[in-house]
Design a protein around this ligand. Structure first.
Ligand code: ADP
Ligand code: PMV
Ligand code: MG
Length: 328
């Protein structure tokens, strides 16, 4: 068994707008997806996932072109659950040239699904890394990130940025603008996460913003304004100015909300954090439900969130310096 893990992330700034070429700054955090891969002696794929909303499941499929996985769940649930893993294994086959290789894949993850913490990117990065290593090829983090991006791009119908996958593969704080991806220095930020227990559908939310942007010039301007916030945020990060970072995060949240990707529970958590004295708070990732990220060096925000109806979990997140981790 070859095992790799990769971290999730929060967006300090720039989600959604990054899909249209604006810069974004995500930051890897110490919550991880761990993927174990073992080569099979046939061309099938057997996926065992512990932490899915399907309540944990095992599927075995492959061999025939249209062979459907043998599992008692609706097609759409199953698609949602397996498409990132499937597509990651396709990348492994392509990189290694072993088109017919089959695998037993085991996924364990502490990253809530569809909650804006980048579970898809972490699973894909860890799966491609473990899969290629199982066949004797070790990819550099940048190549790994590129392969993982192609997976997200494919699954999200051509609508994905390189931000999540680059951040998960390399760790730390990163800046992504189009295909220019780089690591940047970040101070030790007092990150607090609030999770509403729900999820948003990344593909649908991205499509919604795309439509608005095509329909209204002011929506296109809003996307550009997010880019301006990110550029200001980079300066604040370089200066270690947490108060300014917070103000800019608040502004970024307002614009995401205007683009229709917030939700009642995300708003409730954002305001609970602000009322508790956080320097700033915003949704992270695609939105629609899931997580917010706040900046607060004191205990106040975490405590307030833990008593906020609609907030299921509140915790402090540490920056993950290390991206992909090769465990076995
Ligand atoms: N533990 C897991 N096991 C298998 N697949 C997972 C796991 N975590 C995430 N995924 C895949 O990632 C998808 C969620 O990704 P996405 O909607 O982009 O949300 P996010 O990246 O914000 O968590 C899931 O539907 C599933 O396909
Ligand atoms: C909305 C988007 O900018 C981020 C999505 O993040 P997540 O999958 O919700 O963690 C899409 C993307 O960059 O591919
Ligand atoms: Mg994702």
């Amino acid at each position: 068994m070859t095992v790799s893990s990769a971290p999730g992330k929060v967006y300090l700034f720039g989600e959604h707008a990054v899909v249209y070429g604006e810069p974004a700054v995500p930051c890897a955090i110490e919550v991880r997806a761990r993927v174990g891969v073992k080569r099979r002696d046939d061309s099938k794929l057997r996926v065992h996932a512990e932490d899915l909303s399907l309540d944990g499941f095992t599927v075995e499929y492959g061999g025939g072109a249209d062979e459907r996985p043998d599992v008692n769940a609706s097609e759409s649930l199953l698609m949602a659950a397996t498409q990132y893993v499937d597509s990651a294994i396709e990348q492994v086959r392509e990189v290694t040239g072993e088109e017919d290789v089959g695998f037993d894949v085991t996924i364990e993850s502490n990253i809530p699904l569809g909650a804006g913490l980048g579970s898809s990117a972490a699973v894909v990065v860890a799966a491609i890394d473990a899969g290629t290593r199982a066949l004797g090829t070790t990819l550099e983090p940048v190549e790994l990130a590129e392969r993982a991006y192609r997976t997200e791009h494919e699954v999200q119908d051509g609508q994905a940025s390189r931000a999540d996958t680059f951040c998960s593969a390399t760790g730390g704080a990163v800046r992504v603008e189009g295909d220019d991806c780089r690591s940047i220095d970040a101070p030790d930020l007092p990150l607090v996460i609030g999770f509403d227990g729900g999820a948003g559908e990344t593909g649908e939310l991205v499509s919604g913003v795309r439509t608005l942007r095509e329909e209204y010039e002011f929506a296109a301007d809003t996307v550009e304004a997010i880019g301006d916030i990110v550029r200001n945020g980079e300066d604040a990060l370089a200066d270690g100015d947490v108060a300014e970072l917070g103000r800019l995060m608040n502004f970024n949240h307002g614009l995401l909300s205007a683009l229709g990707v917030s939700s009642r529970s995300l708003e409730t958590m954002v305001w609970a954090a602000r009322d508790a004295g956080a320097d700033g708070a915003k949704l992270t990732g695609a939105g629609g439900g899931g997580c917010i990220v706040a900046l607060d060096p004191t205990e106040e925000t975490e405590t307030a969130l833990s008593f906020t109806p609609g907030c299921e979990d509140a915790f402090r997140a540490e920056l993950a310096e290390e991206g992909v981790r090769r465990i076995e």
